[in-house]
Ligand binder design. Sequence first.
Ligand code: HEM
Length: 213
Amino acid sequence: MRKGMIKATDAFERIIHWGLAISCIVLIISGLGMMYHSFSFLSIPVGGLKNLKYVHNFTGLIFIVALLFSILMWWKEAGIFKFPEDVEWIKAAGGYLWHVDNVPEVGKYNPGQKIFFLAVALFGVVMAVSGLIMWFPLSLPVVWVRTMYFLHALGFFVITPFFFVHLYLGTIGSPGSASAMFSGWVTRAWAKKQHPKWLKEMEESGKLEVYGE
Ligand code: HEM
């Protein structure tokens, strides 16, 4: 850790993030293995499709717990749009798609991250409810259970592309980001570029944690 680094996330936030992320990746891979014949080779490492289903269902329980904590933890910062700053940011596409001299400053999470969070939160709940009903159909009407299969597949096709965009932007697409979720510490330059308003607010309120100070 270098002197002057800034604390962006606490240990709890990172544990929840990785609980959500790892369970989500396992669910995507195991779900793919169960959904398509051509991906059924994904069940070989766990000894067949029946075991893959166990892996999927029990990982789903971890995902549900992590999802609930994620929603409680992030909805204020990542779940609510602020006007007019977020609209200004969207008009400039956050400076990601074309050159923008001054990217409008937004709060801790930008509207792109908010859209990702909301998609994960909304479709995560859809996946949780539909998955639980598919696992325990009880004596619900058949048409309900069939609808759950449709919703579960729909959620898969929404969350999976978002995941790849998030993976790219959280690593090579925005160098310096990944350490926010690994060590929790980021450089001041990164914080100033990615979360300028948050940095200012933290500094003004005296809440900013700077390594070595
Ligand atoms: C292995 C791949 C992943 C990496 C490298 C990664 C990296 C990151 C990073 C660096 C941040 C902080 C961004 C910032 O402060 O600007 C973040 C935030 C977040 N991550 Fe991930 N992540 C991964 C997978 C996932 C998955 C699979 C999910 C959900 C299913 C997820 C959900 C979130 C959420 C909700 C946030 C907070 C706000 C937001 O960016 O919307 N992450 N991630």
